[in-house]
Design a protein around this ligand. Sequence first.
Ligand code: F6R
Length: 613
Amino acid sequence: MCGIIGYIGPKNSVPFLIEGLKKLEYRGYDSAGLAVIEKGKVRRVRAVGKVAELERAAGQINPKGSCGLGHTRWATHGKPSEENSHPHTDCSGEIVVVHNGIIENFLKLKEHLQKLGHTFRSETDTETIAHLIEENLKHISAKTEEERFLSAVSRANAKLHGAFAYAVMWSKTPKQIIAVKHQSPLVVGLGKEANFLASDVPAFLKYTNRVLFLEDKQTVVLRSDGIELFDEKNHSIKPKITKISWDQKTAEKGGYAHFMLKEIYDQPQALEDTLRTVRNDFFRILKSKSEDLRKIKNIHLVACGTAYHAALIGKYYLENFAGVMVSVDLASEFKYRTVAPSKNTLCIAISQSGETADTLGALKKAKELGFKRWGICNVVGASLTRLCDHVFYTHCGPEISVASTKAFTSQLISLYALAILLGQACGHIHQSQFKKYYKELMTLPKALAETLKVENEIKSLSRKAYLANRFIFLGRNVNFPIALEGALKLKEISYASAEGFAAGEIKHGPISIIDKGTPVIVLMPADSLFDKMLSACQECRARGAFVVAITTPEGKEAAASVTDKQIIIPQMSAFLQPMLNIIPLQFFAYWVAKRLGRDIDQPRNLAKSVTVE
Ligand code: F6R
C-alpha cells in the first residue's frame, strides 16, 4: 500500500502535493517523493523517511510547477532507499511515474526492456512502467504529443499484470496527467480551477468534495480545466461524479471512526494481497530451496503478542501438513532459555513490524545456535529481514492501530501456505492434497468478507456485556490460540480483565473464576470437537455464565440448547476456520472499548512497535 497524489492547476503544485502526502501517510511512510514539470523539464525530489523529510528536501531546492505528482511509499519491491523512492523515470528522465500496488510480471518486462537497451536505476516494479511507456512512444505517431502519450500509456496497460494504480506525466505534455486504475484505489477530485488525483479522498478534501472514484481498467486524463475518462478499450465515457459528505478526520480513516475498525474491514483485501505474494514469492523462494527443505527436522517459531498467537496456530499447521516437530516460544523467553542444540533446525520469526526487540533477540540467538532463519514480516527492509536467510512478506499494508488485526490474519495465511508448501516439498502431502488445500486457501478472502457481516450483531451483544469486569474466551485445537487472541484484543483496548483458555482445561482450575453473568465466548465451529465444546458450554452455564457461541450454520441448533446467544459465521475446513473465528472477537473488543470510551487506536501504556526489551 502506498499513497499517490497529483495536482494540475494554476498554482505551484508542491504545497498541494506535500499537504496531500501528509494525509496519505497512513498508507505508507518509509520514503516519499515528488516531481513537477518546471519550464518543460522534470524536477524531482525524493527522501527516505516520512513526508516531513521530503518537505525539508523540497524546501532546499524549491521546485515549482503547476503540474505535479507525489508519492509516499510502503516498500514492496526493493528496500526503502532514495533510489527506490517514487517518482521513477524512464531513461530520458522525461517520463515520471508514481505507482501503488504490484506489477506481477515486472521481472519479465524488465528483462525485455533491458535487452532493448533501457537502463534501470531502481529495484522497483514501478520503474518498468516508465520504460515501457518510453519504448511505446518510439513506435507511435499521432496528431499531437498528448494523443501520442495517451496511446503509449494505453499500450503499456495491455502488458501490465497485477493490482495497481499509477499516474504519469511527460515533460513534453505539461498540461496533462494520465492515471490508470486496476484493482488498487484511485480517486479524482474536481476543483474549481484545479484538479486532483489521489489514492484516497482526504488528500484533497480540503479543496473539493466533488470526486470521481475510478473503476478498474479505467484511464483518466487530468487537465486544469477538466478531465476525460476512458474505458479499457479507450472509448471515452461519462464520469460519474459523487459528492463526499465526510469531514476531514473521518475521511482519513476511509469513513470509519477508528483505524482499528478500518483495518478489520481491510482484511479481505489484505488477505488478497498476502495471497498474491504467496502465489508469486513463496513458491519461487521455496522452489529454489527444495533440497534444503527436505532436510528440515525441527522448527522453532518465535514471536510476541498477537504474532505469538499466530505462531501457536502455525504449529498445528506445520505439524499437520509438513509432519515436522515444531516448538513455539515467546521471543522474550526463547532468548533466555536453554535451547537444545540440534541439526537441520529452522527458526521462523513472525513479526508485523520486524522491529520488535525481543523477536530480533531471539533471531540472534538462533543464529548463534547455527539454526537457519526465516522471517514472516509485513515491513519491507525492517531489521528482522537482515537477520533472516529468507523473508516471506505478508504485504497486508501498513497497520496503524496499535491493536493488530489484519496483520494477524495475514500471518496465519502465510503460515498455512508455508506449511502446505513445505509438506509438499518434503513429500508429507500428495500433489492432489496440496492442490485441494491451496484451492480452498484462495477462497478465504470471500468467506472473510461474508464473516464481516456479523458486526451489527456483535455491536448489540457488546451492549449486554461491556460492563462485566471479567471475560473468558474458550477454544480447542487451532481455536485455542484464537481464544488467547480474543482475550488479548479485548484487554489491550478495553483495559478489562480477559483470559483465553483451552476448553478442556477449565475443569482443571479456571472454572472457579466463572460466576453469575460472566461473559464466556466459546469458539465452536461444527467440527470434530464440537461435542466437546457443547460440554464446556454446559459446564460454564451451570455456574451462571452468560455463554456466547461463535459457531457455523450446522452447529446453530445444538449450540442454541446450551448457550445464551449464537453468532453464526461461514464454515471452512478446520484449519482455515480460525481466520474467520477471529473476526467476531476483533469486533467484540472494538465495541466493548468503544462503549467504555477508550482510546481505541492508541490504548494507554502501549506502542505499535516495541523496540526495547
Ligand atoms: C497486539 C499487538 C502486539 C504485537 C506485538 C508484536 O494487538 O499488536 O501484541 O503483536 O507487540 O509486534 P510485531 O508483530 O510487530 O513484532
